[in-house]
Design a protein around this ligand. Structure first.
Ligand SMILES: [Zn+2]
Length: 397
């Protein structure tokens, strides 16, 4: 874990070495990476945009072209909302050194451990949130202060599960009588594609409900009249200050309510600026708007340990058949004459995989409809150690 740092240390940290970018070369014809804001540095989670016709979905909220809604059974009645999870996965921060528990092990030693005692290596967040896998994930335990919107797909890395439970407990400790917080999807047991999401593949994404003043159920739209500001703000404050949070997707209307509340209780204004607005040209906001996130918030964590373990072990995991190759999703607008078989060949995937990703019962597809195509990702793990930004801590005095 990196030691906590103040905001000024964070700004000094900007001179440190950049996070190493993943490169992606498979799946579909693609254009080069999108230009970055001045001073920004490309980070490992960014799936590069492709051409206008075929790109990692979605490039922006307005570009999200939702497939048929799927997943009603686990409470996600608006699949389109989840597509937006993708938009903000390119933080501009630079990283700091981390102390890693397996740093002393050579590659040979890691390989021996992987074969003889894989559990000893701990959780691994493989690839990226949009094209990833989870190895040695842990299931979030039952708890008095949260309840699962669905009982499956609540697997994450040890870090992710630890971060989430810690902050929910923190709210419950500070506010007696708090109702259990709904917890939506994290990842599947082994990660990989999880309907209806684009992300949630590598054990680092978590959907959480809001705290409501009227005990509304999971997926109720939060608004002025029902948002429990003190509890929801405390949850966010804990995530920002006490975990390695990469971003939190929250509808902008709720951000306004929460910011006003935070100001009213005397939170430091410049710290709030850095959390809500970022530092222009240098730091992205931690709280970001994405359509569909008035019903739940989406938290993405950095996992300095699980990401670095995966980076070192990644080729061995594949060689020993411990994980399936990561898959990512592109959106494709069907043309006249396209068939599922043609698309499967073109995108190096399978007909059942496309059908599953789009909730198709038959093999018919229609021209001018946009489909989600899961296809193999050939993201290469960075050659240098994973670095994550220092935490943005509120001033202590
Ligand atoms: Zn989500």
């Amino acid at each position: 874990m990196p030691p906590p740092n103040t905001l000024s240390a964070l700004l000094q940290g900007l001179t440190l070495l950049a996070i190493v970018a993943f490169t992606e070369s498979g799946c579909a014809p693609e254009a080069g990476p999108a230009p970055l804001a001045p001073g920004a540095v490309r980070a490992p989670q960014g799936a590069p945009p492709g051409t206008a016709k075929q790109r990692a979905v979605p490039a922006s909220p307005s570009d999200a072209n939702p497939p048929a809604a799927v997943g009603d059974s686990d409470g996600y009645h608006d699949a389109a909302a989840e597509l937006d999870d993708d938009i903000a996965s390119a933080p501009s921060e630079v990283g700091v050194e981390i102390e890693h528990p397996l740093a002393h092990m050579t590659t040979d030693e890691l390989e021996k451990a992987l074969v003889s005692d894989p559990d000893s290596l701990g959780s691994m967040s493989v690839g990226t949130p949009n094209a990833g896998r989870l190895f040695n994930g842990v299931k979030m335990p039952e708890g008095e202060h949260w309840r699962f919107a669905s009982s499956d797909a609540v697997w994450g890395t040890e870090e992710t599960v630890g971060f989430v439970t810690r902050c929910i407990e923190d709210v419950a400790d500070r506010f007696p009588g708090t109702s259990p917080l709904p917890v939506g999807h994290i990842s599947s047991r082994k990660g990989g594609p999880l309907s209806p999401h684009v992300s949630h593949q590598s054990g680092r994404d978590v959907d959480l409900g809001y705290y409501y003043t009227d005990n509304s159920p999971w997926y109720t739209r939060a608004r002025d009249t029902n948002l429990d500001r003190p509890r929801t703000w405390q949850l966010i404050r804990c995530l920002v200050a006490e975990t390695d949070v990469e971003m939190i997707l929250i509808d902008v209307s709720l951000q306004r309510l929460l910011r006003k509340y935070a100001e009213s209780i005397g939170e430091n204004p410049s710290w709030l600026d850095s959390v809500f607005d970022g530092v222009p040209g240098r730091l992205l906001p931690l709280l970001r708007h994405a359509g569909g996130h008035a019903t739940h918030l989406h938290v993405r964590f950095y996992n300095p340990i699980a990401q670095e373990t995966a980076r070192r072990v990644d080729p061995l995991l594949l060689r020993h058949g411990k994980v399936s190759p990561p898959m990512r999703t592109v959106s494709y607008r069907a043309k006249k004459g396209d068939t599922l078989g043609k698309l499967a060949r073109r995108f190096h995937t399978t007909v059942p995989a496309i059908k599953h990703a789009n909730g198709l019962r038959s093999s018919l597809i229609r021209a001018n409809v946009t489909y989600r195509i899961p296809c193999p990702s050939q993201a290469l793990a960075p050659s240098r150690p994973v670095r994550i930004p220092p935490r943005r801590l509120p001033p202590t005095d």
